[in-house]
Design a protein around this ligand. Structure first.
Ligand code: CU
Ligand code: CU
Length: 389
């Protein structure tokens, strides 16, 4: 009897095991088939892109988007031999915003076995619905859910964008033109870059009219991705300050860090960010005590990446510096923090370099750090709101 049940167990186990094996095999074949259309990769590479399969339905459903891209891709393939890009959509899974200033996040996984390169961003947002969108690279997403509330200026119900290591890769804002990446530039993600997930964050604006129609939203970004390393690697360097702004005062929140790596950096876009009290944010490269403006903006204007039109580099020995001019007309002191009642002071510099990226990420200084304690020749217009072009 014991023997019989053992054999029965064995047979059931073998059948069970076979089912597992055949299921895995068919999944692999299925993925190969699906990804074959998308990636021109060696066969061994298919499994690494299984994560993308989830987004394929969305791509298929947006046939018009696909057509727009086919043209661009043809051009791309002509100019760069052996370089093939595919479109990967990261779009809100038909979320239902219910109030103004709601933030939603949605994550997609990046391949772990090796890295891939983002070479283009194309935003898709319905006017009047999405106020702005940000794309973050994370080592862990802020939630395991398909979508979640993720206010940067968090309310009590919100979860964070990333579980760990948020890095901004792209930004889009209503009424602002979309950013073109320079030729041969790629953002490396996946593999051992520390960016295991991309998280899309959408800030919903005034949706009061839409709510009546029981609408859902699929705002997002089409990423052009290739497995071929690019000649130029891009990343974002963040300059920020922490501290406080006393009531009825104007405060300069300042930061500066020296750049001490061999790679020559080419800044090509910048973005500024504060909450309500920010009036001007400006960023500089200081070389031999001479200040060169990287960018200067009113942070109350759409916060996206704006192109840096002049040719400039950041080289070993240079200093990168930023200032946020904050005005507090209230009675209370405002501190830096995550909610809309707190403040932030950020200057983002998007740059590219040849070959590998330097191991730099952030320059962060506390309130007591003041430029005037360290530097001469501070530009007189560092706190002047620039004329909008
Ligand atoms: Cu917004
Ligand atoms: Cu903020």
């Amino acid at each position: 009897m014991a023997k019989a049940s053992f054999f029965l167990f064995l047979i059931v186990s073998i059948i069970g095991l076979q089912q597992v094996i055949s299921l895995t095999q068919s999944q692999v074949n299925y993925l190969k088939q699906r990804l074959n259309d998308r990636f021109n990769l060696p066969v061994s590479d298919y499994s690494q892109f299984s994560e993308f399969s989830e987004t394929k339905n969305e791509i298929d459903s947006g046939a018009s988007i696909q057509n727009e891209y086919d043209e661009e891709r043809t051009i791309n393939e002509k100019s760069e031999e052996h370089s093939h890009t595919i479109d990967v959509d990261i779009r809100m899974p038909d979320v239902k915003p219910t109030y103004e200033n709601e933030y939603f996040c949605h994550a997609i996984e990046m391949p772990m076995e090796r890295s891939v390169f983002i070479v283009g961003y194309k935003p898709h947002a319905e006017m009047g619905t999405a106020h702005h969108m940000l794309l973050y690279g994370c080592s862990e997403p802020g939630s395991q859910n398909k979508s979640w509330n993720c206010g940067e200026m968090a309310t009590t119900n919100d979860e964070s964008v990333c579980g760990d290591g948020p890095r901004i890769l792209y930004a889009w804002a209503m009424d602002a033109p979309s950013l073109e990446l320079p030729k041969d530039v790629g953002f490396e993600v996946g593999g051992d870059t520390g960016i295991n997930y991309l998280v899309l964050q959408v800030h919903y604006g005034d949706i009061s009219e839409k709510i009546k129609e029981h609408f859902t939203d699929d705002s997002g970004i089409t990423l052009q991705i290739t497995d071929q390393p690019r000649k130029l690697s891009a990343a974002v360097y963040l300059l920020g300050s922490g501290g406080y702004i006393p009531g009825h005062s104007e405060v300069y929140m300042e930061s500066a860090c020296s750049y001490d790596h061999s790679q020559v950096l080419h800044p090509f876009a910048y973005r500024v960010h504060t909450h309500k009290l920010g009036r001007v944010v400006s960023g500089y490269r200081i070389r031999n005590q001479q200040w060169e403006e990287i960018g200067r903006r009113d942070p109350q204007k759409p916060e996206m990446f704006y192109p840096i039109t002049k040719n400039m580099t950041v080289e070993r020995g240079d200093i990168l510096a930023a200032r946020c001019t904050m005005v507090n007309d209230m009675d209370k002191t405002v501190y830096t923090g995550a909610t809309s009642d707190d403040e932030m002071c950020n200057f983002y510099m998007m740059y590219y370099t040849e070959g590998t990226l330097p191991n730099i990420d952030t320059c962060f200084r506390a309130n007591q750090f003041k430029w005037r304690h360290y530097f001469d020749n501070i530009p007189a217009d560092a706190s002047v709101v620039p004329d909008e072009k």
